[in-house]
Design a protein around this ligand. Structure first.
Ligand code: ADP
Ligand code: MG
Length: 501
């Protein structure tokens, strides 16, 4: 599973490998904030959801929100990670206009979740493991608004104090494709778990992407020894907010670093930002070190002690996650690729399961992938907005497989239900779409075609391959409703054709 990726970048002086590690900030799904009762609803009037704690008023005491702790534990379990029954909240001190406390309550040496792993799915149907270093809980900052006034900046504290999970990976990704595949998978997992809505446009999920380059073989040595000296110096690209930009930022950054090193320079560890309009990364600041923040345990908060039984109960309540669903789907006969497409969104997987009830799993998957997703894509709709229900599609697929309708009619039928609604079975009856297997009707259609095309009858005797033309004409004659296999068989007899023709 964990075969080393082979993608290398050619430089002037030889080949280079890319190494990527990510820090993802995922906003916890909870009604109120991490240490206050203020609402977390997105899009409210600025500064309408701010408690005295979120505003950093002196003397206010934070109180931990149990729901947020539960969500972090759920996420940790979904990442197959170690849950630390004892963890500590620290103050991370820094000044920022939208951080009124003057520090962020975070976790440093003792996070709530330790090492875990995520399986990423690549385009060719292959999977790889990416190690998780830790997950910790922390407060979000407010937001500075620079576009409200010509010469002042405004601060909106609605986001201040909302719970974030910072999920840190090991430097286990090797290509831009793997980096976006990781974020896609992480997003799917938290959405299945219901611990984060994964809405990247609203900033509920933001990724910092760490990129370094090294000579071929460096990564293998790092994996064998665990020693970071085999890797190059990294740069961190802050807050990249789409899968596509992550891939672009990695590609650009790796080439930038290679150029510097090959030109005799050295990489300075720093924080950069990705400008998606220019397609380049730019320096923001030199990298700060942990000691710059003067971390110390928050004296207002006791260590967080979890009860092992409480954690076990959460473990029991986890839903089936994408990987398990994927293997179950593969057990039904789907390819790894089809299965991973279907499990990528929980809603899509649910839709598929209802569509596939009592019909062939593969036929249901093909119908969903080729017909439904194609039409949704065309109309710019998501699966939950599909105008045709899973149950209606189930009826259509069932009618194809019991030969009530032909595959061709099925597509027309779907178009009708798509635009007009209605029950597919009732429409088949009302519009006479049933497949004709009645040999009398097929024979009559064959006679009509023969009578209209006597010259073709002579030709087909010399060239049996022309039989296909006859099949097509008979299908047309029956309005696409004839069963093609029955037409084929009847034609062979009528025209006296050899079997292999
Ligand atoms: P910090 O807290 O200072 O940002 P961490 O040690 O927590 O530093 O690492 C942050 C991220 O950088 C992690 O995701 C880690 O995997 C990644 N990382 C560390 N070293 C490298 C490297 N040489 N190349 C690429 N990524 C790296
Ligand atoms: Mg960091």
């Amino acid at each position: 599973m964990n075969a080393p990726a082979t993608k290398l970048i050619k430089g002037q002086t030889g080949d280079w490998e890319i190494v990527i590690g990510m820090e993802v900030h995922a906003q916890v799904l909870s009604k109120s904030k991490l240490f206050s009762g203020a609402s977390t609803e997105f899009g409210a009037e600025p500064n309408s959801q701010v408690s005295f704690i979120d505003a950093g008023m002196p003397g206010m005491l934070p109180v931990i929100n149990e729901k947020c702790v539960e969500q972090a534990v759920r996420t940790g379990l979904g990442l197959k990670a170690k849950i630390n029954l004892s963890s500590i909240f620290d103050r991370k001190n820094y000044f920022y206009p939208d951080l009124p406390q003057g520090y962020q309550i975070s976790q440093y040496k003792n996070p709530i979740v330790g090492e875990g792993e995520v399986t990423i799915d690549l385009k060719d149907g292959e999977s790889r493991l990416v190690g998780i270093e830790r997950l910790h809980l922390e407060q979000d900052a407010g937001k500075s608004l620079h576009d409200q006034h010509p010469d002042s900046s405004y601060v909106d504290l609605n986001r201040s104090g909302i719970a974030l999970m910072e999920i840190v990976t090991k430097p286990h990704m090797r290509t831009s494709e793997e980096a976006s595949a990781f974020l896609r998978k992480l997003r799917a997992i938290v959405r299945y778990l219901g611990t984060c809505d994964g809405n990247m446009d609203e900033g509920s999920m933001r990724a910092d992407v760490n990129v370094s380059v090294c000579r071929v073989g460096g990564y293998e040595k790092f994996r064998e020894s665990g020693d970071f000296k085999h890797l190059g110096t990294r740069c961190e690209i802050k807050n990249v907010n789409s899968m596509r930009f992550i891939a672009q930022a990695v590609e650009y950054e790796a080439r930038r670093q290679i150029e510097i090193i090959e030109g005799g320079g050295a990489i300075r560890q720093e924080t950069r930002l990705y400008d998606s309009r220019q397609g380049e990364t730019r320096s923001m600041r030199s990298k700060e070190e942990a000691h710059d923040y003067r971390y110390f345990p928050d004296p207002d908060l006791l260590p967080l002690e979890l009860d092992a039984n409480w954690v076990a109960d959460i473990a029991k309540s986890l839903p089936e996650l994408p990987d398990e669903k994927k293997s179950r789907f593969m057990g039904l006969g789907l390819s790894a690729y089809d299965a991973s497409v279907l499990v990528a969104e929980r809603e899509l997987a649910d839709y598929y399961e209802e569509l596939a009830k009592g019909v062939d799993a593969k036929a249901a998957a093909n119908w969903l992938n080729n017909e439904i997703l194609g039409r949704l894509n065309r109309d710019g709709l998501s699966i939950v907005q599909s105008p045709v229900s899973a149950a209606a599609n189930n009826a259509i697929v069932a009618m194809i497989s019991d030969k009530t309708i032909s595959g061709k009619i099925a597509k027309d039928l779907l178009d009708i239900v798509w635009s007009e609604g209605g029950d597919p079975r009732a429409i088949v009856e009302a519009r006479g779409l049933r497949q004709v297997t009645d040999t009398g009707a097929i024979d009559a259609a064959i006679e009509a075609v023969i009578a209209a095309n006597p010259e073709k009858v002579e030709e087909v005797k010399a060239k049996p391959k022309l039989a296909a033309w006859f099949v097509g004409q008979v299908m047309k004659q029956t309005g696409g409703k004839a069963n093609p296999a029955a037409v084929n068989a009847a034609l062979k007899v009528r025209l006296n054709l050899p079997d292999e023709g």
